[in-house]
Design a protein around this ligand. Structure first.
Ligand SMILES: *[C@@H]1O[C@H](CO)[C@@H](O)[C@H](O)[C@H]1NC(C)=O
Ligand SMILES: *[C@@H]1O[C@H](CO)[C@@H](O)[C@H](O)[C@H]1NC(C)=O
Ligand SMILES: *[C@@H]1O[C@H](CO)[C@@H](O)[C@H](O)[C@H]1NC(C)=O
Length: 362
């Protein structure tokens, strides 16, 4: 079992890398940011529609699924926010959403990466999903396993940039006010590292020289106690700068309800031309409100920030789309992301949305 899963993963990786190389060559490398010749959706889409995912083959229309362009997003929040990020950047990378039928492993379920190579499920998930997005993503990811999460030691920040469609999406791990925001990559180094990774992917040819699994803790390059400091001192230094910061606290303890100045400080910390959006906490399995403080917190933040990414519809999602009491399988995150893209005016012309009622059927 482990052996066959391993071969599937290796095969998928080989195909992904091969396609990527073709795409980089066709598109003329990482400097081609959508303005040069032949960068048109045509070529890029042809390449990505060949992506190994079954979804691409089942839906004949997927070869023309238009991708958004020019996204400038930063997401700060919990594991649900991280899975939304993964769902979105997988689509941006390949032009097709992750096939929900691929359960072993599943993009948005860290525990499904158990025992493919070894015991380090969490590291394995970060590493393999980073490979799926190669060379467009940096994963600043480290967690000492086994053992419980140590909030001020675990690192889980991810940086995606696709030069073909000029999309930048960053995920920063934020556990409410339980711990610090921190990481090992300086904001001003992110774009250079991504650029070098893109170049390396071209130069190294077909030999899959991919990032080694991160088994050693390295020192932090940045640590901030408050979200507003993280916004003004880290997020604001990212290149390209975001135009939208999406925030959420989920189930992590936070003081927003009792200290409104924490919210005002965040809004003040925003760089000019950057808006803040609150992502509400989705419902747990069986339509459960996961903590009594959540509805009030969501209502407050949604009213105080510029906009609201409302997940209230998840109350009706059938149990089979959950892999534990609160985390979803695809296509739940896909539908969330389609809501987001539509709300911010980034759903391309002619894009066909998935009908969310499929998630409500037993
Ligand atoms: C893998 O996990 C099992 C059960 O948690 C444990 O007994 C075993 O020692 C682990 N093996 C390695 C190589 O870490
Ligand atoms: C940022 O890049 C510079 C120049 O390569 C390097 O010296 C420095 O160590 C990097 N810092 C971090 C924290 O990544
Ligand atoms: C989210 O949408 C639902 C349904 O429209 C609404 O009842 C709820 O108040 C909204 N939540 C927030 C926080 O705005």
């Amino acid at each position: 079992m482990a052996q066959s899963r391993r071969s599937v993963v290796m095969l998928a990786l080989a195909i992904a890398l091969g396609l990527r190389l073709m795409e980089w060559i066709v598109l003329g490398g990482p400097t081609g940011t959508g303005t040069g010749i032949g960068i048109g959706t045509g070529k890029a889409t042809v390449v990505s529609s060949d992506c190994s995912s079954d979804a691409a083959k089942k839906k004949t229309s997927s070869s023309s699924t238009p991708r958004p362009r020019g996204l400038r997003l930063v997401l700060m929040g919990d594991s649900l926010t991280r899975y939304s990020y993964l769902s979105l950047v997988y689509f941006l990378r390949w032009g097709t959403w992750y096939d929900p039928d691929w359960h072993t492993p599943h993009l948005v379920q860290a525990s499904s990466f158990d025992n493919i190579f070894h015991n380090q499920t969490w590291g394995e998930h970060s590493w393999q999903t980073n490979r799926m997005l190669w060379p467009n993503e940096l994963c600043d990811c480290f967690r000492k396993m086994p053992g419980a999460v140590q909030v001020n030691k675990v690192v889980n920040n991810r940086y995606f940039y696709d030069p073909a469609y000029d999309n930048s999406v960053v995920y920063l791990d934020a556990k409410g006010h339980k711990g610090t925001l921190h990481g090992r990559i300086a904001a001003q180094n992110v774009s250079r590292l991504l650029y070098q990774q893109g170049l390396a992917a071209i130069k190294l040819g077909p030999s899959p020289v991919l990032p080694p699994m991160d088994k050693l803790q390295r020192p932090f390059a940045w640590v901030h106690k408050s979200w507003s400091d993280a916004i003004s001192n880290y997020v604001a230094q990212l290149d390209p700068p975001p135009n939208l910061i999406i925030l959420n606290a989920g189930l992590w303890p936070n003081n927003f309800l009792y200290q409104h100045d924490l919210i005002d400080d965040m809004v003040r910390a925003l760089p000019s031309n950057t808006k803040a959006m609150w992502k509400t906490t989705s419902f747990g399995k069986g339509g459960k409100v996961l903590h009594k403080s959540i509805p009030e917190t969501d209502a407050l933040l949604c009213s105080k920030l510029h906009s609201c990414w409302n997940q209230s519809w998840t109350q009706h999602v059938t149990a089979k789309y959950y892999w534990d009491d609160k985390h979803f399988f695809e296509p739940v995150y896909r539908i969330m992301n389609e809501d987001l893209l539509e709300q911010i005016g980034s759903l391309p012309e002619g894009y066909q949305r998935l009908d969310r009622s499929v998630l409500f059927q037993k």
